[in-house]
Design a protein around this ligand. Structure first.
Ligand SMILES: [Zn+2]
Length: 167
C-alpha cells in the first residue's frame, strides 16, 4: 500500500543490459494502454517462493489486477503515483505486469498485506485506517526480513525447471 519507489528494492527490469534501466514511471506510462481490470499471471517461481515464505499453500488464488486510476487515486493521499493497493484476496496495481513481479520487496510487502493482514488477521478497511502506520511497518519489516530467502527460492525454482529468473 505504498509507492514502490524508495528503499524497498524497486529497480528497472534489466540490470544487466547496457542502457540504464527504466524506472517505474516511464515504464508504467509506456504500457498504460493495457486494459484496466486485466488480471496478471504471476510467474511460477514467484508463486513457489511466496507459498513458502508466507506458509500459504494457495497464493495463486490472490488476484493481481491492473487498476490504474483506482490505485492512483489512493496513492495520491501519500504523495505517490505508482504502486499497489490491497484488499481481501486482491492486489490492485498501476505498475505494469513485467515490472511488478520483478520488484521482490514490493511483491512480498503486498502479498503480506493480503495473506496475513486481510486474511489471517481479518483486517478491515476501518481497522487498517486506525492503525495504518503499524500495518505498513509490519509489511515493510516482513519484506525486509524475508527478501533474501524469497529471492533464493525464486532462483532455485527457476533453476530446477531450467528457466531463467529475471530479477
Ligand atoms: Zn503497504
Amino acid at each position: 500500500m505504498r509507492s514502490p519507489s524508495g528503499s524497498d528494492g524497486a529497480r528497472g527490469p534489466d540490470r544487466s543490459g547496457s542502457p540504464p534501466a527504466p524506472g517505474p514511471p516511464s515504464d508504467a506510462r509506456r504500457l498504460e494502454a493495457r486494459l484496466p481490470g486485466t488480471r496478471y499471471a504471476p510467474p511460477f517461481d514467484v508463486l513457489h517462493a511466496l507459498e513458502r515464505v508466507l506458509d500459504e499453500p494457495d497464493v495463486a488464488r490472490i488476484a493481481v489486477v491492473y487498476r490504474p486510476w483506482y490505485v492512483a487515486s489512493h496513492l495520491a493521499f501519500i504523495g505517490a503515483r505508482f504502486g499497489s493497493v490491497t484488499r481481501p484476496g486482491r492486489i490492485y496495481t498501476n505498475l505494469p505486469e513485467s515490472l511488478f513481479f520483478k520488484m521482490d520487496a514490493h511483491v512480498l510487502h503486498e502479498y503480506f498485506h493480503v495473506v496475513q493482514q486481510w486474511g489471517r488477521e481479518r483486517m478491515t478497511a476501518f481497522s487498517y485506517l486506525l492503525r495504518c502506520r503499524q500495518r505498513e511497518r509490519e509489511a515493510a519489516e516482513f519484506a525486509a526480513a524475508h527478501l533474501a530467502r524469497y529471492q533464493a527460492l525464486r532462483k532455485a525454482a527457476a533453476a530446477a525447471s531450467g528457466a531463467a529468473v529475471e530479477t
